[in-house]
Design a protein around this ligand. Structure first.
Ligand code: AMP
Ligand code: MG
Length: 380
């Protein structure tokens, strides 16, 4: 009896410790995640099944920093397979770092850094992955009517350095930056790319994160875990079985406040990416300028405060989140089938929240007034 009580107490302490550890993880993640939070609460690791009799899974989680932001990689597994899952979490992290090395255009020694520094008319050999991302970026440029344009790097640089220079770029500077770098000045070949002017520079910041988390999620998918999640700076891919319940739950941050704007339920997983002018911006004379540029005008895209996109893969979601930041809800019509989105425009006191009907269906209890904006080809 005494023995059994002692065992129970020890057991209780272990439970408490596990619950505390678990809470610490959730707290850490809540701090890390800028835009979205996967809700992992309610997972009692000591139970074997949930209310519906479905076998409960253990959550194995790894938090780190990558691509200049916070990152969280998690897997759901049968409790006996934790060590196995941890091995794949480390491999998924390696995939993220590999993607960063391939695509970062701010590291001079990355593949794309070398392309940016290369002289005109020389063939720059590129690894298949980087080349694939460049092709995808070009397709996106066409699909978004030029709103997503990785060649507008000189314009991005002008805005990024504006606070240091103490003045916003002039019209003449922006026009020159546009002629210095654009898709007409790049030839993609089977094994690399050729710049037609020394000044051509690309910036893959609007696609690299999506590519990286998709690669990392692929590592987890191939490991045949029960489920998995990769999140970098609020962009998320999740698949398979969530830690509890039937759906992955993803919170979307309110661009005007600290809280959440909406919660999504993703029964089949998927990718959720958010772009916003509230997280990263330049500041000059008390005014904020978005880090996202409208390539057609050279001006920061400041009308849309945040754009969230749900798609089957993170590359698509990442691209369209940036593109919708430029286009606003008018861009919904350009999105491919199966891609759902929400944009926030207006002001803190009078926000305008537009979403596609498919996005609205994913929202758990839509708490705020949303304007449902069907695409031309769909009925609500
Ligand atoms: P995201 O936060 O995913 O929307 O990515 C924004 C990043 O993409 C910026 O920091 C720039 O590096 C780059 N970027 C800015 N404007 C554009 C644009 N119109 N098209 C493609 N990339 C852009
Ligand atoms: Mg993005």
């Amino acid at each position: 009896m005494i023995h059994s009580r002692l065992t129970q107490e020890r057991y209780q302490r272990r439970e408490d410790a596990a619950a505390k550890r678990y809470k610490r993880h959730v707290d850490a993640a809540a701090k890390l995640v800028i835009i979205a939070v996967i809700v992992l609460t309610g997972v009692g690791l000591w139970k074997t099944s949930d209310k519906r009799g479905q076998k409960l899974l253990a959550v194995v989680r790894h938090c780190t920093a990558v691509m200049g932001t916070d990152c969280s990689i998690a897997a759901t597994v049968e409790p006996g397979r934790r060590a196995y899952a941890e091995k794949f979490l480390r491999r998924a992290e390696a995939a993220l770092r590999n993607a960063e090395a391939l695509l970062s255009t701010w590291l001079d020694d990355s593949e794309l850094g070398r392309f940016n520094a290369a002289a005109a008319d020389r063939h720059v050999p590129l690894p298949a992955e980087s080349l694939h991302v460049l092709h995808t970026a070009h397709d996106a440029f066409m699909q978004t009517n030029g709103a997503f344009d990785v060649t507008c790097r000189p314009i991005i640089e002008l805005w990024r350095t504006a606070p240091r220079r103490g003045a916003v770029p002039t019209r003449a500077e922006l026009d020159r930056a546009r002629t210095e770098s654009n898709w007409d000045l790049i030839r993609l070949t089977d094994s690399g790319a050729v710049k037609l002017a020394d000044t051509v520079r690309v910036d893959l910041g609007g696609i690299a994160k999506g590519y990286a988390i998709e690669q990392a999620a692929d590592v987890l998918r191939r490991a045949e875990l029960a489920g998995g999640l990769v999140e970098v700076g609020g962009d998320i891919v999740c698949f398979g079985r969530p830690p509890s319940g039937e759906s992955w739950k993803v919170d979307i941050k309110d661009p005007f406040d600290a809280g959440r704007l909406a919660r999504l339920r993703l029964p089949n997983g998927g990718a959720v990416c958010t772009s916003g002018n509230y997280a990263r911006f330049s500041q000059l004379a008390g005014r904020r300028y978005s880090h996202i540029i409208d390539p057609r005008t050279g001006q920061p895209a400041d009308v849309t405060h945040s754009a969230t996109v749900v798609a089957a893969d993170a590359v698509t979601a990442d691209i369209w989140a940036t593109a919708l930041s430029v286009l606003g809800p008018a861009g919904f019509d350009l999105m491919p089938h199966g891609v759902e989105a929400m944009t926030v425009t207006g002001t803190k006191d009078d926000p305008k929240i537009h979403c596609t009907p498919g996005f609205r269906r994913l929202m758990k209890k839509p708490t705020m007034t949303t304007i449902s904006t069907p695409r031309r080809y769909e009925e609500e």
